[in-house]
Design a protein around this ligand. Structure first.
Ligand code: TXA
Ligand code: MG
Length: 317
């Protein structure tokens, strides 16, 4: 199968209406999208990604009105959050309507819904008569793609089309929030900072650690990982002998002694937003060099920094 990269949403629509899966841009990472109401299309998503069926998918749509078609018993706090941050890097878990196939939710009674904030994908969603199930467009366990080329690199020949939407603005996946008796619980740290969420719904619980709980979304201990070994550290401390063989993901300044082409500074001006945007591309770039392993330096653990450190920790596991 030939894989075309282009900006034609009508062509994208045609492929999706025929039950194909395609790459789509969002503001967080690129997704691998198919008709969420068509089991055959959803099966294709799992097989192209090599994803286990126990890992449920996010349903993407274009408006809050649409969200109500796929969900029910929406708590007030969920409504408040959705009104504040959708479209945006937020996914909410809500009781599902029966039109959502079991395959999408892995049999769970909740469905994950999100309105991605990307102009091209929002236009596409508005043209479609169905929502899109879309996991990140990477082989299971690998780093999420933040450009169309990342998607092409790993999935070409397996999908007919990738909608070109530029490098993604946010760079880490959406924050996933569920509700237990109207109390907000964060199951995956992501592109919407906890501080922002708490401004709207008050104190939240953060439950991102357990790896066996099916409610703890895709938070497998090891995930988002490059092929090379990655070590996460607070302070840089290696022998002279290692300096020439190590790749470095640095926070805001280079590490003395490591060759320039073996290190990537996430944000010279110390912006967590910029660092998040560059994180996954940095992992990919160093994965493709000839270094023996990669060392990443932990970033400040506030705002988006928490999601960055979370991804680094999983990449290192
Ligand atoms: O930013 C994002 O969320 C990207 C873009 C493409 O939208 N998507 C994404 O999808 O990261 P994925 O499949 O890589 O991660 C979604 C996570 C999965 O780990 C899954 O376990 C969790 O959401 N999830 C989905 N439905 C769930 C449910 N009903 N209950 C608990 N977790 C759920
Ligand atoms: Mg993923």
């Amino acid at each position: 199968m030939e894989t075309i990269i282009g900006t034609d949403i009508n062509l994208a629509q045609q492929f999706l209406e025929q039950g194909n899966v395609i790459g789509i841009p969002t503001e967080t990472v690129y997704g691998l999208a198919g008709n969420a109401l068509n089991e055959e299309a959803v099966l294709k998503i799992f097989s192209v990604k090599n994803r286990p069926y126990f890992d449920p998918l996010i349903v993407h749509t274009h408006s809050l009105d649409e969200v109500t078609k796929y969900t029910q018993q929406v708590p007030q706090r969920a409504l408040d959050l959705m009104e504040a941050f959708m479209p945006g890097p937020l996914t909410v878990l809500l009781p599902r309507q029966s039109c959502i196939p079991d395959l999408v939710t892995s049999g769970l009674e909740t469905v994950a819904v999100r309105i991605p904030n990307h102009p091209l994908t929002l236009s596409l969603l508005k043209q479609l008569a169905f929502p899109l199930a879309a996991p990140s467009a990477n082989p299971f366990g690998y780093i999420s793609p933040t450009t169309s080329y990342h998607v092409y690199d790993q999935l070409h020949g397996r999908i007919p089309y990738i909608l070109e939407g530029g490098a993604t603005e946010i760079g880490v996946e959406s924050t996933i929030v569920g509700f237990e008796n109207n109390q907000a619980v964060v199951y995956r740290l992501g592109g919407l900072a906890i501080e922002e969420i708490e401004r709207v719904v008050g104190k939240v619980l953060v439950q991102t650690n357990t790896s066996s709980d099916p409610k703890s979304p895709g938070m497998l201990k090891s995930h988002y990982a490059p092929r090379k070994r990655l070590v996460l550290t607070d302070a840089f401390d290696i022998t002279d002998d290692e300096l020439s063989r190590v790749g470095v993901i640095a926070w805001d300044k280079k590490v003395l002694g490591v060759p320039d082409h073996h290190q990537i500074v996430l944000s010279e001006k110390g912006s967590l937003k910029e660092a998040a945007k560059h994180l996954f591309a940095a992992m990919r770039t160093l994965d493709e060099t000839d270094v023996d392993y990669i060392i990443a330096v932990r970033v400040p653990d506030v705002g988006l920094g928490r999601a960055i450190n979370d991804r680094l920790k999983r990449a290192a596991a």
